[in-house]
Design a protein around this ligand. Structure first.
Ligand code: IPM
Ligand code: MG
Length: 370
């Protein structure tokens, strides 16, 4: 198979972790006989520095001409003072809109070998397997007006939560579809006791439910959902929710697995290329130090193999290689806990690659390492 992949490393650790994903994809190509061609594009703060804008048109073109997009992370303190409309994060929001990436899938799965990395009790998190389906191109992030205003002589500010009914229906349908392929439970998260948009969200979920009689649907208020995720995370299968609620709940849920550095995501489009990015940000505090955990990015590229290219065996092989190195005790700083030593980003990448190329040989390699 021959595929063209747009690569947008972005800022901070984004650069280090995308390098890792590419090494792994090249190894996948080698092992399974595929040809992946990488086209680079600029986004975020480094794009501001080099081109004056967080998302140059050229990057959009590179993405639109690709079969799938890999994105590292954007942002950093260097660009904190640039005007709101040209911040690095604008680049990310704009590419989501340009590619019509209406849904962001954030799977939260428990790794047995990391059971000590979560700050929560083992018996609470053991076996957690949930999927957050976050609406990604509407809601509070994109509603207009979003500006500072003057009202009755007072300085004031407005952000807007806007959805068309069709946008709500589209994301909820995807939630049901994914739940019907999993444990058949959908939790629709809203704030229907306060927000009109949430009441329409809830009604829409009820309407769509009629088409999925095998899926159990429950409605949960977002504040309660935040609590339930910590109190009893195993009750969840698929969670579907508004853009900003999903942003917040997915960071919270990442703690269940031990680290934000473990979590991949897929931002999907109905027609064009989808985009794969880790949930974590650019981590300026550890950027350039060869310390970042590349696993979230590597798992994002596995999702790309599966969802965009239909390469299930290849995706599973990457995921298995990640599991193997974790089982063998390899840890970057974020998942090291207090007991074990941590390894560099490059070491982690090299070991995952070795595990992938020879899934048998890993135990020998680790024997030597120990
Ligand atoms: C995420 C990030 C982004 C978001 C930021 C960087 C704009 O937090 O992908 O979750 O809020 O969507
Ligand atoms: Mg976020």
């Amino acid at each position: 198979m021959k595929k063209s992949i747009a690569v947008l490393p972005g800022d901070g650790i984004g650069k280090e972790v995308t390098k890792g994903a590419i090494e792994i994809l090249e190894a996948v190509g080698q092992r399974f006989g595929h040809e992946f061609e990488f086209q680079y594009g600029e986004i975020g703060g480094s794009a501001i520095d080099n081109t004056g804008t967080p998302l140059p048109d050229k990057t959009v073109q590179v993405c639109k001409n690709s079969d799938a997009v890999l994105l590292g992370a954007v942002g950093g303190p260097k660009w904190d003072s640039v005007p709101a409309h040209s911040r690095p994060e604008r680049g990310l929001l704009k590419i989501r809109k340009e590619l019509d990436l209406y849904a962001n899938l954030r799977p939260i799965s428990f790794y047995q070998s990391l059971s000590d990395s979560s700050p929560l009790k083992k018996e609470l998190v053991e076996g957690v397997d949930l999927l957050i389906v976050r609406e990604l191109t509407g809601g509070l992030y994109f509603g207009k007006p979003s500006e500072r205003v003057t009202k009755d002589g007072e300085d004031a500010v407005v952000d807007t939560l806007f959805y068309t009914k069709e946008e709500i229906r589209k994301i909820i349908e995807l939630g049901f579809k994914l739940a019907s392929q999993r444990k058949k439970k959908l939790t629709s998260v809203d704030k229907a006791n306060v927000l009109e948009s949430s009441r329409v969200w809830r009604e829409t979920a009820e309407e769509v439910a009629k088409d999925y009689p095998d899926v159990t649907v429950e409605h949960m208020l977002v504040d309660n959902a935040a609590m339930q995720l910590i109190r009893n995370p195993k009750q969840f299968d698929v969670i579907v929710t508004e853009n900003m609620f999903g942003d917040i709940l997915s960071d919270e849920a990442s703690v269940l697995t031990g680290s934000l550095g473990m979590l991949p995501s897929a931002s999907v489009s109905k027609f064009g290329p989808s985009l794969y990015e880790p949930i974590h940000g650019s981590a300026p505090d550890i950027a350039g130090q060869n310390k970042a955990n590349p696993i979230a990015m590597i798992l994002s590229s596995a999702s790309m193999l599966r969802l965009s290219f239909g390469l299930e065996e290849e995706a599973a092989a990457v995921e298995k290689a990640v599991e193997q190195v974790l089982e063998n005790g390899l840890r970057t700083g974020d998942i090291a806990g207090s007991a074990s030593e941590s390894v560099t980003t490059e070491k982690m990448i090299a070991e995952i690659k070795a595990a992938l190329l020879d899934q048998e040989a890993i135990s020998n390699i680790m024997g030597a390492y120990a």
